[in-house]
Each structure stands twice: as C-alpha cells, then as structure tokens.
Design a protein around this ligand. Structure first.
Ligand code: HEM
Length: 466
C-alpha cells in the first residue's frame, strides 16, 4: 500500500481561523486572565495610525534591507548568541496570548490573556496528562510523546502540531527549543526514577524540576544578558517599583506585552545557518513551520547557543529599531488572511497594538522613571507628540545598551515584570525556595540555558542535533 501524500506545508489551518489571524472568528479568548497597566497615570500617546503604518511598513524606518546579512556580514551582529531571542519568544508564548483582532474593536478592559500570567511552561504542559492526554506517551505516561524519530513534536494525521501553544510551531527555531524542553522533561523522568522516586510522584516532580530550572535560567542567565546583572540584582533585592503584584494576583501589563517584550522582534536575523557549514537560509518563507519538520530543516543548537568546547554560535541581530525583511513581510501561514498588506509587517502590528492599547510615549515613561530621555538625534525620527513605546525601547537599546541589551526604560519594564511574575507565583522557585540552585549538571562553570536545552541529548534524540 502506498503512503498517503503529504499535505502542502503550512496550509492545514484554514487561514481565517488561524490562531494569529486578525479576523479569526473562533477560539476567542475565554480565560480569566486580564491585562493591566504599569503606568496607570500616564496618558495614551495617540499617534495617527497612518504614520505608524508608514514607519513600520516596507521601506519605512523600521525595515532593515533584505540584503543586510549578505552586504554587511557580521556588521549587525550583537554580542549575544542568536538563540537568546528565540528563548525570549518561548517566554512570551508562556505568559501572554492576546488573541484579539489587530483590526481593533475590542475594548482594552475586555482583552483577555489566553495564558496564565506565570512562567509555568504551560507551552509544553498545557492542561497536563488529564486535560491534554494527547501530549503524553501512552506507553509511559510520565513522559512527553515525541515525533517518530524524536526530532519533531507529535502531529495529527494532517500535520498539525500536538503542543501546548500553536505559536511554538511557527518556525524551526522556536520549535527546536520546544522539542529540547520535551526531551529535558523526559530525561528528568529517567533521572528521578533512577534515584528511586515512587512512580506516582515522578511526573509532578519532573514537571516541577524542569519548570524551576527554566525559571532559574530566566533570572540568572537570560535576564542578566538582556538587561544587565546590576538591574537584576536590584529588582531581586528591592522588588518592583512599578510592578509588584501580590501572590496569586499577577497580570501581564500592556506596556510589557505590546512594547517592551516585543524587543525580540528587533533581534531576529533575516538568515540563519542551521548546521555547521550550512547555507544561510531566510527565516521566512524558508523556515516557516506549521507542518512536519523535515530532517534537512533540523537545527543544531550549537549554531544558536555557545556551548563549551564548540565553536561560537551565530549572533543575534543588533538592536537598532529595525526588523529584518522576514518580519516586515510575514508569510500568510503566520498572519492568517489579512485585508491590508500592512498587517504582514510585524513592525506595523507592534506599533498598532501599542496605539490600540493606549500606551504612553517612551519619553513619558523615561521621565516617570527619572532617566534622561533619548535625544531627537538618537531617535532619528520625529513623532508629532512623542515616540511610540515599542520603537523608543528599540532605539534606547541601540544607544544606551550598545545594541546588545535593553536600556533603562525597556530593561526595567522587562526585569520588573518577569521577576514580579515569579514572586507572585506561589509555585515558583523564587516564591518557595529563592536560594534553590539547579540540580542538572553544567558543562561550564555555572549552569545556563544551553545546559537545560541539551539536558535530554542522550535521550532518543537524532544524532547531529546538539
Ligand atoms: C521569527 C520570530 C518571530 C515571529 C515570526 C513573531 C511573530 C509575532 C506575531 C505575528 C505576533 C502578533 C502580532 C500582533 O498581532 O500583535 C507577535 C507577538 C508578540 N511577540 Fe513575536 N515573533 C517572533 C519573535 C519574538 C521574539 C524573539 C520575542 C521576544 C523576545 C517576541 C515577543 C512577542 C510578544 C511579547 C508578543 C505579544 C504576544 C501577546 O501578547 O499576544 N516575539 N509575534
């Protein structure tokens, strides 16, 4: 019997019902989580959407040239490795999913977050073995089910990923990190069993161990690189000045979801190498997901993260207010059907979201935080009443963070929110055992994200992937 023809890549989800489609009419958020604000007293900026569309569209100030990577090889390299923003994207998916249409029409107070505002790896565990049984291995229910050769996630017969958040299937990099976390969980199950843990406790213990390693990595590896270690230490010691929810009362601030934490869009390169010596391939359309991950599209994680004993990985793009061509012209698989071509641009979407949710200007937030606002020269663009917060934070990273890390406004928002969410989560390591340290082994002097992502390597993983 011949095998069934494989469906065309990325076209399984009816475009209008795609999770990111601006006109999606099904699966609107029903969860209880609400968004909130950090700077309640600051007035909305109010910028003409036409200006935002011009700035964020093709040829606008937020668009980096398509040929940038080739023309200027290494010239826009940041200090940090290329994988860090993709880890940021995983974090974003773990804590915020505003599924309201980009075309507007939903009152800000009515917006719902389809994710719990906690760093709890809901992206992989979803509702757990009881609520989401299709994620787990029937032959060994404490473990995640993987794709047939262990290099992909499981998929239904139409190629749709069986995972906790469909956005983690949007391109090969975020999917590869997702797969690495599934392996890390399964590896922890093996370790706990080998240590004699009673079977009835194994799943919960592995889940807590993975989640705490992830949370610790966010605080001790990811955040110091992104905002600087002194600010992380300060927020840990003194708490948040603008975001300090009580336990169980956390929410995602719109200043974070619709501006500061979208910084990562400015760190994505247009092209990447997947394996050592491989060709540089554009993220979109070449590496779009939403279908089985072919073996020639598997990512060697040492190309994304520096791993002791291996050559340095590729670098992330420098932060400079511009997005690569892949993100200025997102493919339809990512955006769903759009009525206006401008909605293909992620920069347009970022700017319009900030406008729709009434965010203040970057200058207003800088003033409130008592930091010197960027000068018109640094901003390189004059806006009628002030600079949209998202764009301001990218330019601040360019001029106050050397293009490698966030400046005082962006850094403070991100550090206060991520640490504040952990403190307010009664199950987090920071709430329950703030002095806890990772138990998994480290390849270098201190444990880091690369150790977490490679923890499950020995584990039914295809050779070649780190
Ligand atoms: C190739 C990489 C990426 C793609 C294709 C992508 C795409 C998108 C899209 C289509 C949206 C929805 C836009 C809207 O309608 O408002 C979005 C939202 C968002 N992105 Fe990304 N993104 C990428 C990387 C990142 C990175 C690296 C970060 C952070 C480090 C990030 C953080 C966010 C956040 C915080 C949101 C708002 C989510 C919400 O509240 O629902 N993204 N992204």
């Amino acid at each position: 019997m011949g095998s069934a023809p494989s469906p065309p890549r990325g076209s399984r989800v009816a475009a209008r019902d795609h999770c990111l489609s601006p006109v999606r009419s099904v699966d609107r958020p029903t969860g209880a989580a609400r968004y909130g604000r950090m700077f309640r007293d600051l007035a909305p900026l109010g910028t003409d959407p036409k200006l935002l569309i011009r700035a964020g569209g093709d040829g606008g100030i937020c668009a980096a040239a398509e040929a940038l990577d080739q023309l200027n090889a290494g010239g826009d390299d940041a200090a940090e490795a290329a994988g860090w923003p993709f880890f940021g994207q995983l974090i974003a998916h773990d804590i915020t999913a505003d599924r309201s249409p980009i075309t507007g029409g939903v009152a800000v107070e009515a917006l719902r977050n389809a994710r719990a505002p906690m760093l709890n790896l809901e992206i992989i565990y979803s509702d757990g073995p009881i609520g989401s049984p299709y994620l787990f291995d029937l032959a060994d229910p404490a473990k995640f089910l993987l794709g047939p050769d262990g290099g992909d996630v499981p998929r239904n017969q139409q190629g749709v990923a069986l995972i906790g958040d469909p956005r983690n299937d949007s391109h090969v990099f975020v999917l590869s990190l997702h797969v690495a976390l599934l392996h890390a969980h399964n590896h922890l199950v093996d370790l706990l069993r080998a240590g004699g843990m009673p079977e009835s406790n194994v799943f919960d213990a592995a889940r807590t161990a993975l989640t705490w390693h992830y949370q610790w990595t966010v605080v001790h590896d990811y955040l110091p690189r992104l905002v600087g270690a002194p600010l992380v230490r300060q927020v840990l010691a003194e708490g948040g000045r603008w975001f300090a929810p009580r336990p169980g009362e956390a929410y995602i601030p719109l200043e974070f979801a619709d501006a500061a934490f979208r910084y990562g869009h400015g760190q994505i390169r247009h092209t990447y190498r997947l394996v050592d010596g491989g060709a540089a391939v554009p993220v979109f359309p070449d590496l779009v997901g939403f279908g089985p991950l072919p073996t020639d599209r598997r990512v060697d994680l040492t190309q994304l993260f520096d791993v002791p004993g291996r050559p340095p990985a590729q670098r992330a793009k420098r932060l400079d207010g511009r997005l690569p061509a892949s993100l200025i012209g997102l493919p339809e698989q990512v955006t769903g059907t759009v009525d206006a071509a401008a909605y293909r641009s992620l920069a347009v979407r970022d700017l319009l979201r900030g406008e729709a949710t009434g965010l203040p200007s970057g200058e207003a937030v800088a003033q409130l935080m008592e930091v010197t606002p960027l000068s018109p020269d640094e901003l390189a663009q004059t806006w009628p009443h002030g600079t949209p917060l998202w764009f301001y934070i990218l330019k601040e990273a360019e001029h106050r963070g050397g293009g490698d890390r966030l400046g005082p406004v962006g850094g403070r928002i991100v550090a206060e929110v991520l640490i504040g969410l952990l403190r307010a989560d009664p199950g987090s390591y920071l709430h329950r055992e703030p002095d806890w340290v990772p138990e998994l082994p480290a390849a270098g002097a201190v444990f880091g994200l690369a150790d977490l992502l490679t923890a499950g390597d020995s584990h039914d993983r295809p050779s070649g992937a780190a």
